[in-house]
Every structure is written in structure tokens, then in C-alpha cells.
Design a binder for this molecule. Structure first.
Ligand SMILES: O=C(O)CCC(=O)C(=O)O
Ligand SMILES: [Fe+2]
Length: 296
């Protein structure tokens, strides 16, 4: 995306709630309090006219818990936060109409330390023979070309723990309401010369329906020996009352040691990779997976 906020470390913050009709109240939260998170996402989502601007009823304890301040989310006008928590617009957000939905994503550089990254490259090269060809749920052979490693326990644990830690911040940056995570899945993928993944979403079948967010961690040997392999994330538009893929999209460069997060429901594709040497070691590697919410 698009909206950026500071990393939230738990600390006390003073929040003045400015409500419709000129009312205002001062309350105190820990910075990782889910209610504060929902207050922030209400403001962000409304500013960017996102569908995630779910209406809700806030019920906030005041007077040391002796009273409750209740108000509908539509009545929240602004927040005065001390110390400041900035949620800033960084790029290409345009006001949009209700029948067009700009896709959001975030990309974080330098995700693993240099040591972890080096270890990961060594591990992948040593495990080349355990990679198998990918398939899709539709079994269409021309839909996806890549190789995948399903078991890589040490690094799966490392990435899942790291993602878990940054999830509250990621949710805020994506302007989404927080949700309870039930599972974080991961697989390790390699794209070599001519490999691609055509347009798809990641939660369109009953067994994938609880996937909320997709993440993709990119890594490769330096100097980089492939080109292409960009990830395109499509915007959405309303057609016959349903959101469908729009023509416009965001282009994500598969930058070495960066991780991208986006909604699993977005249509996306991986453009063909050119890797002249065709050597496995020169591939576009990813650890990619999904953050699942608890089924309701
Ligand atoms: O490799 C990428 O950039 C995206 C991969 C992807 O879309 C998937 O595995 O579902
Ligand atoms: Fe995908």
C-alpha cells in the first residue's frame, strides 16, 4: 500500500476521541490494544474508502471502568494521539469511487538478517533434489510452472515467528480490522527460466477460504541472474454487484530479502522469469504462504 505506520511497541498512549457533534473524550490505551487498532483502522479505511470500513459499535471503559463510552464507528471524526502515531499516505492512493477498489499491499525490505539470508541460500542449494513440480487445484498444467519444497522446518518456524510478531503492524498498514490468526502456512518455491503463475487468487476454494493474507518473501543469490518474475496485484471493480478483477494493477519487484503482504482474495499473477543460465542456484526463490483467520 500505501499507508505506513510506525512499528508499534507496547507503550501507554493517550487518545482523545473527537466524535460527531463536537463531543470529545480522553482515554488511555496500550499501543497494542485491539480497540486502539480498530479506532485507527476505522479512520484509515474511511479515508481511503475501502470496503474494510466495517461499521461497528465501540464500547470503551472510562472512569476507571465505572462507565462505558459507547458510540457507533460512523461518529468517530478524528483521534488525537499522544505520543503521536503517524499513519501516513506514502504513494499512489487516489480517492476512489465505491465501485472501484484499489488493491493494497506492503513490502518490507531487509526482512532477514544477512546471516539468516546466507543460511537460507545454503539450505536451498543443499536441498535442490527435494523440490517437486507445482500444481494447482484445477490441475491445469499450463497455469503454473515452478518448483516447490514443502518441508523446511527450521526456516518455516523462523519465518512464521517473525510474521506473527509483525502482524499487528501489518494489519494497521493494510487498514484492515484485526482478526484472530488460526494458522500461518508456508512453502518454499523456486521459479527458473520460463516459469510463471497465471492470474489467480489464493482463497477461492472451500479448503483455502480462511486465508486472509498472502505473504511472499523473496530471496536470491547476488548478483541476481534472472529478470522478470514481477508479481502483479490487480485492483477490483464492481460488476453485477460482485467485485471482479479490474484492468489496473500494482507491480511488485521481487526484491532480494524483501517480503510483501496483500489480501489473499486479490487476483494476482507472477510474470514469466528469464534466467539465461537455467541454473537452479540462479532461480527466483520465495518462501510464500498464507495467514489464516479462525473459521467463524
Ligand atoms: O511468487 C510470487 O510472487 C507469488 C506466488 C503466489 O501467488 C502463490 O504462491 O500463490
Ligand atoms: Fe498466489
Amino acid at each position: 500500500m500505501s499507508a505506513n505506520s510506525q512499528q508499534l511497541e507496547s507503550q501507554k498512549v493517550k487518545v482523545q476521541l473527537l466524535l460527531a457533534g463536537g463531543h470529545q473524550y480522553t482515554v488511555y490505551f496500550n499501543s497494542d490494544d485491539p480497540t486502539l487498532h480498530t479506532l485507527l483502522t476505522t479512520i484509515v479505511a474511511r479515508a481511503y474508502k475501502q470496503e474494510s470500513a466495517d461499521r461497528c459499535l465501540f464500547q470503551i471503559p472510562i472512569n476507571e471502568g465505572h462507565s462505558a463510552l459507547c458510540f457507533p464507528s460512523e461518529n468517530l471524526v478524528a483521534l488525537v494521539i499522544e505520543p503521536p502515531l503517524w499513519i501516513q499516505q506514502t504513494d499512489n492512493i487516489q480517492p476512489v469511487s465505491n465501485d472501484f477498489l484499489n488493491s493494497n499491499h506492503i513490502q518490507i525490505d531487509n526482512f532477514f538478517s544477512t546471516k539468516e539470508h546466507e543460511r537460507l541460500i545454503k539450505y536451498v542449494l543443499a536441498n535442490k533434489s527435494n523440490f517437486v513440480s507445482t500444481s494447482t487445484s484445477t490441475k491445469d498444467e499450463n497455469y503454473r510452472r515452478s518448483m516447490v519444497l514443502y518441508s523446511f522446518p527450521d526456516f518455516a518456524e523462523l519465518i512464521v515467528n517473525k510474521i506473527q510478531k509483525i502482524m499487528p503492524d501489518v494489519m494497521i498498514k493494510l487498514g484492515m480490522s484485526s482478526f484472530t490468526i488460526s494458522q500461518i502456512e508456508s512453502q518454499l518455491t523456486s521459479h527458473n527460466d520460463g516459469n510463471y503463475y497465471k492470474i489467480h487468487n489464493d482463497n477461492g476454494s472451500p479448503d483455502t477460504a480462511t486465508r486472509e493474507l498472502t505473504y511472499v518473501y523473496y530471496f536470491n543469490r547476488e548478483p541476481k541472474q534472472f529478470s522478470g518474475g514481477e508479481l502483479l496485484i490487480y485492483d477490483s471493480k464492481v460488476e453485477n454487484n460482485f467485485y471482479v478483477k479490474a484492468e489496473s494493477f500494482k507491480t511488485i519487484e521481487p526484491r532480494n530479502n524483501s517480503i510483501v503482504f496483500f489480501f489473499s482474495r486479490y487476483m494476482h499473477e507472477v510474470l514469466p522469469v528469464k534466467c539465461p543460465s537455467k541454473a537452479f542456484a540462479d532461480s527466483r526463490f520465495t518462501i510464500n504462504g498464507w495467514v489464516r483467520r479462525e473459521a467463524s
